[in-house]
Ligand binder design. Structure first.
Ligand code: PGA
Length: 252
């Protein structure tokens, strides 16, 4: 499986700055064997797509989607609308949405399934809080978050093949990255749950690590078994620094 690096801008960059980021990033020298994506705010998708032009990289994604394609859901954006931007992927269940907007496992599962039905790969984010980690509940929490989406009918094959992102909440935006060895234990547990559900096809599901990844620590994650790539927040905001991170992820 090719390794993956996904940028998550979070709530940064309207259309003007998003277009400038894409144009600047297109000038970066990038490893050929790396899958590179960028999760863009809804309002900036059109500008990002236009600035990409014919370039295939980075893949474009969104940061969230609603579970219905249309209807009386004021303010929401459905997967069928996102499909018009030819998106490759969409994050769901990011801990910031679980925390600040009350998203539940059930909502996250419905969103992931709806995206798959529209041929968009869901990147399902899971991870424990600092308090849960201190109580030794990491694996229990992550397994439960994963089970919710697996039991809702997630599929492996086709254009909407999912990815999982393990993002310990305490490591996000804190500068306190989870060590590759500590993350590996959780990645193994995630892989085990996927194999139990899907058998051999589980090997097609990339499991990414996220939380304070930067150009200095990225190589260590990328070379750890069962870590198939990374999801990068703050270190993706500067296009040149993100280009450097991508080169560090897969040194020539
Ligand atoms: P961070 O965010 O890299 O700024 O820690 C990662 C994420 O939330 O996806």
């Amino acid at each position: 499986m090719r390794k993956t690096v996904i940028a998550n801008w979070k709530m940064h960059y309207g259309p003007v700055k998003a277009g400038a980021w894409i144009r600047a990033f297109r000038r970066e020298r990038l490893p050929k064997d790396l899958e590179i994506g960028v999760a863009v705010p809804f309002v900036s998708l059109a500008a990002a797509r236009a600035s990409l032009g014919r370039a295939g990289v980075p893949y474009l994604g969104a940061q969230d989607a609603f579970w219905a394609n249309e209807g009386a859901f004021t303010g929401e954006i459905g997967p069928a609308m996102l499909k018009e931007f030819a998106l490759s992927f969409c994050l769901v269940g990011h801990s910031e949405r679980r925390q600040h907007l009350g998203e539940t496992d059930d909502m996250v599962a419905k969103k992931a399934i709806a995206l798959q039905k529209n041929g968009i790969r869901p990147i399902i984010c899971v991870g424990e809080t600092d308090a849960q980690r201190k109580k030794g509940e990491t694996l229990k929490v992550v397994r439960a978050q994963l089970a919710a989406v697996l039991s809702a009918g997630l599929k492996v094959d086709g254009a909407g093949c999912p990815m999982i992102a393990y993002e310990p909440v305490w490591a996000i935006g804190s500068g306190k990255a989870c060590s590759a060895q500590e993350a590996k234990v959780v990645h193994e547990a995630i892989h085990e749950a996927l194999v139990k559900k899907f058998g051999k096809s589980a090997n097609e599901i990339p499991v990414l690590y996220g939380g304070s990844v930067d150009a200095r620590n990225v190589a260590e994650y990328m070379s750890t078994t069962h870590i198939d790539g990374v999801l990068v927040g703050s270190a993706s905001l500067d296009p040149r620094a993100f280009g450097m991170l991508c080169r560090a992820a897969l040194p020539a």
